[in-house]
Design a protein around this ligand. Structure first.
Ligand code: FPP
Ligand code: MG
Ligand code: MG
Length: 330
């Protein structure tokens, strides 16, 4: 199938806003406490994927095309893009403490460099400044929507700490967790910029569904890369999920072919050799392929959600993003 969207570079379309993003965020993180400031700036070095702001800015453009939007509204939408990246980064800072991870994006993690106690406070500090930025939009609905994302992040992370006893509930538990941990932020960011752009409830829901499906596809790809990619490409250790006791889609699918995985999933791969055996069984199974298929179904759903948006380069870029997501290698 020829790729007719080949000319549209999603980044190019919102290049100016994306280029200033890291500096805009660092301006928000301007405490007198020198070390706190240094630490809070650490991940805003322009090396991250900044996927969430990219989606937020493109969705803003796709929504605004239908209405006559003022600079004031556009600046609020950009604030939402900034807030999304700040919330995401704060959650990663805490996540690396929880996961005892020494690396992030191929670099030393903040907790490895400065210790856990300071890192937890840095995550809290970034979140505090994200809240202030969010409040500056002055839109109570948008503030509520993005605040509820924080609850989803926490409860998604919490769900991940426990395994489901019932084999049949495991996959739905995994998908619910995936929504809360990853898709909620992207979905609600899309909804927030749509609301700011004066989309009606119907179109705001379409924006939300785009982000939800994109987010789930994104995480499914992340979970399969943990099995197929190498540490060198990813910038973080692989098979990390198994080592953390987590059963993601590739293992859950593989367990349908190799039921001997079930007890390993239940004991969170804690017995010597569990991680290696599970890796081996996943490699022998259709698990990775099935995960890829599920990701591509969510990607197609995301694209369908855009059908009623007015034709624009921004809409094409969002469609392309949903496709290239599936080809991601790191
Ligand atoms: C990365 O997952 C982690 C998340 C997407 C969310 C983490 C959420 C919390 C720690 C709750 C606290 C929230 C806030 C807002 C402070 P991963 O460990 O699977 O991914 P990784 O491989 O990138 O580490
Ligand atoms: Mg982690
Ligand atoms: Mg984690």
């Amino acid at each position: 199938e020829p790729d007719v969207y080949v000319d549209i570079d999603p980044y190019k379309l919102v290049e100016a806003d994306m280029a200033s993003l890291a500096n805009d965020i660092k301006k928000q993180l301007n405490t007198q406490e020198t070390l706190l400031k240094t630490m809070s700036h650490y991940y805003f070095d322009g090396k991250g994927k900044t996927f969430r702001p990219l989606v937020a800015l493109l969705m803003s453009k796709a929504c605004n095309i239908s209405t006559n939007i003022s600079d004031r509204v556009m600046s609020k939408q950009k604030t939402v893009a900034i807030v999304a990246e700040m919330i995401h980064t704060a959650s990663l800072v805490h996540d690396d403490v929880i996961d005892a991870s020494d690396t992030r994006r191929g670099q030393c993690s903040l907790n490895k460099m400065y210790g856990q106690r300071k890192s937890i406070l840095v995550g809290d500090y970034i979140l505090s400044q994200a809240s202030i930025a969010l409040a500056s939009t002055g839109n109570p609905q948008v503030i509520t929507i993005l605040s509820s994302v924080l609850e989803d992040l926490v409860s998604g992370e919490f769900m991940q700490l426990g395994s489901k006893e019932d084999e049949n509930e495991r996959f739905s538990h995994y998908l619910k967790k995936t929504y809360k941990k990853t898709a909620s932020l992207i979905a609600n960011t899309c909804k927030a910029v749509a609301i700011l752009g004066q989309c009606d409830d119907y179109m705001s829901e379409k924006a939300y569904q785009y982000g939800r499906n994109l987010g789930i596809a994104f995480q499914l790809v992340d979970d399969l890369l943990d099995f197929v990619s190498s540490e060198l490409v990813m910038g973080k250790p692989t098979a990390a999920d198994l080592k953390l006791g987590l059963a993601t889609a590739p293992v859950l699918f593989a367990a349908q072919e190799f039921p001997e995985l079930h007890p390993m999933i239940m004991r969170r791969f804690t017995v010597d050799g569990d991680v290696e055996t599970a890796r081996h069984l996943v490699a022998k199974s259709e698990g990775v392929q099935q995960t890829k298929l599920l990701a591509s179904q969510h990607s197609q759903e995301a694209i369908k959600s855009l059908q009623e948006f007015r034709a624009s380069d921004a809409r094409l870029a969002l469609e392309r993003l949903a496709r290239i997501l599936l080809e991601r290698k790191s």
